[in-house]
Structure formats: structure tokens, C-alpha cells
Design a protein around this ligand. Structure first.
Ligand SMILES: NC(=O)c1ccc[n+]([C@@H]2O[C@H](COP(=O)([O-])OP(=O)(O)OC[C@H]3O[C@@H](n4cnc5c(N)ncnc54)[C@H](OP(=O)(O)O)[C@@H]3O)[C@@H](O)[C@H]2O)c1
Length: 260
């Protein structure tokens, strides 16, 4: 039977599946996945070992996660959500809204969304604020998501940061440059990103890869097995969050991860 292995997320106490479920697509209006349908897919994915579910305050997929949580015991799911908030107060408010929408009293991972290089130093202040919330146990781990090598390098040194979610796919630089709209690396090269993520992991940060399938750009989808396998081989990437729409994609991606 297909079953995804779980690993420690950096130095946190969280155990996440090597394949995480990206729920962005559930909230896209054109797709018409209802919270009940999306919730059912998450429940079945959980049955295959996918316990790590990624959402955000702007994905409109909190209700889908909330629906799944009616069947999956809360302690058996690791939920990450994000915010575009740029102050501690705004971030705290976003977290409160997210908890309400998710129907839970804590989130496992809370990330500042899409941090670009011009904000990385200032974002440390917001992370310091969020770190105080860890004492109240409404959040387990905090961090940021980014498309920038420079951000990964700097954020790896932030003491209060637990997790980095970053663009990381093993395509050639030529492919990445050609499909920049799908794989929007903000600066540097993919080789430099991989080195920066390795360094972050060595410092105890949890590392999560996104854009592993190039946001469904054709060359990536044609060879989805090899793209998934090549990221799975990076032992400093704890989990890869892949956007999925149905159980068929979940099973295909688990197979690629485990069997190749
Ligand atoms: N923090 C951030 O800055 C950030 C940014 C983007 C995404 N994310 C997170 O990462 C998740 C993934 O998004 P991404 O942009 O990184 O995209 P991705 O995972 O590289 O690609 C996802 C797309 O690939 C296709 N796909 C997945 N499995 C497939 C399979 N087995 N066969 C064929 N097609 C398959 C699906 O599109 P089709 O069905 O159309 O082919 C899906 O929408 C999001 O849901 C979200 O949770 C975070």
C-alpha cells in the first residue's frame, strides 16, 4: 500500500509527511471544489500518510481544511497557514481569523507570505512578535515563504525563525529562465537556492520546497516523477508541498516520491 513517510520539520517538534498537500487550487473559483469535496480529498490523502496541509489566509481554502478536521483528529494533521500581514498586530489578527476559519484553536506552522528581499530585515520584527505567541500554544512554529535566495540566506540566521518555505525545483537553469512566470525565482540561481536551503537546514530550520512541479508548466508535468524524485533526494528538504486537485494526483505524486 502507498504510504508517505514522515520526517521531523527542522528542529521543531512537528512530524510532517515528505509530501505536503498544497490547497491553493481548492480556493480558485474556476475549479468549484466545495469545502466538503476538498475536505474529503484531504481525508483520503491523510489515509495515505499525507498529514501536512498547506493553506493561507488568501487561498479561500480554510473551509476545506476545516471540513477535513471534522473527520481527522486535530493532532493527526499538521496545518500551515500564511499571512501577507506586515506588522505584528496585523499578523496576530490574521492568525485569529485563520483559527476561526479553520475551526481549530492552534496552527502548527504560521508563515509570513512571499517575503521579498526588500522586506527581509524588517520582517524579523514581526517574527519576534509572533514568537511570543508560541508561549500561548496557538502556534507551533513560525517562519516565512519566499522566492528569493537572498531572503533564505538572511532568514537562516534569524534565531526566532523555525521554518522556511521556498521555491525549489530541480530544473535546469535554462528551463527556469524560460518558464520564469511559472517558477519566479526572485534573484540568484537555483543552484544557489539549493545551497542556501542546505545551509538553513544545517542551522536547524525546517525546509519546505514549493514549485516542485513548476506550477504545472508543461515540461515539469510531462516528467513529474523525475522532478519529484530529484527534490526528494535533497536530504535537507524536509517536505515538498505540491498543489493537487484530486486523489488521482495525490496517488501519482506519492508513487513518484516512493517508487520513482
Ligand atoms: N508561499 C508561497 O509563496 C507559495 C507560492 C505558491 C504556492 N504555494 C503553496 O504550494 C502549493 C503548490 O503550488 P505551486 O505553485 O508550488 O505549484 P506546483 O506544486 O509546482 O504545481 C501544482 C500543479 O501541478 C499540477 N499537478 C500536481 N500533481 C500532478 C500530477 N501528478 N500530474 C499532473 N499534474 C499535476 C496541478 O495542476 P493541473 O491539475 O492544472 O495540472 C497543480 O495545480 C500551493 O497549493 C500552495 O499551498 C506557496
Amino acid at each position: 500500500m502507498l504510504r508517505v513517510p514522515k520526517v521531523n520539520l527542522g528542529s521543531t517538534r512537528l512530524k510532517v509527511s515528505k509530501l505536503g498537500f498544497g490547497t491553493y487550487d481548492f480556493g480558485v473559483p474556476s475549479l468549484h471544489v466545495s469545502p466538503e469535496e476538498g475536505g474529503q480529498i484531504l481525508i483520503e490523502a491523510h489515509g495515505l500518510g499525507v498529514n501536512f496541509w498547506d493553506t493561507s489566509d488568501d487561498y479561500a481554502s480554510h473551509p476545506h481544511v476545516a471540513s477535513a478536521l471534522k473527520s481527522v483528529p486535530r493532532r493527526e494533521a499538521v496545518i500551515s497557514t500564511k499571512t501577507y500581514a506586515r506588522t505584528g498586530g496585523e499578523a496576530e489578527k490574521s492568525m485569529e481569523n485563520s483559527l476561526r476559519e479553520l475551526g481549530t484553536d492552534y496552527v502548527d506552522v504560521f508563515l509570513l507570505h512571499f517575503v521579498q528581499h526588500d522586506w527581509v530585515q524588517a520582517c524579523q520584527k514581526v517574527l519576534k512578535h509572533l514568537a511570543t505567541l508560541k508561549d500561548t500554544e496557538i502556534v507551533g512554529a513560525i517562519g516565512l515563504s519566499t522566492h528569493s535566495v537572498a531572503v533564505v540566506r538572511e532568514a537562516a540566521g534569524f534565531e526566532e525563525l523555525d521554518v522556511i518555505m521556498a521555491l525549489c525545483c530541480k530544473a535546469s537553469q535554462k528551463t527556469i529562465d524560460k518558464y520564469h512566470d511559472y517558477v519566479p525565482l526572485e534573484d540568484g540561481s537555483m543552484r544557489e537556492m539549493v545551497t542556501a536551503l542546505k545551509m538553513a537546514h544545517e542551522k536547524g530550520k525546517g525546509v519546505i520546497a514549493i514549485k516542485v512541479l513548476g506550477n504545472a508548466a508543461q515540461p515539469f508535468i510531462k516528467n513529474h516523477q523525475s522532478y519529484i524524485r530529484s527534490v526528494a533526494k535533497l536530504n535537507f528538504v524536509d517536505s515538498m508541498v505540491i498543489g493537487m486537485k484530486n486523489l488521482e494526483q495525490v496517488k501519482k505524486n506519492i508513487k513518484a516520491l516512493i517508487i520513482g
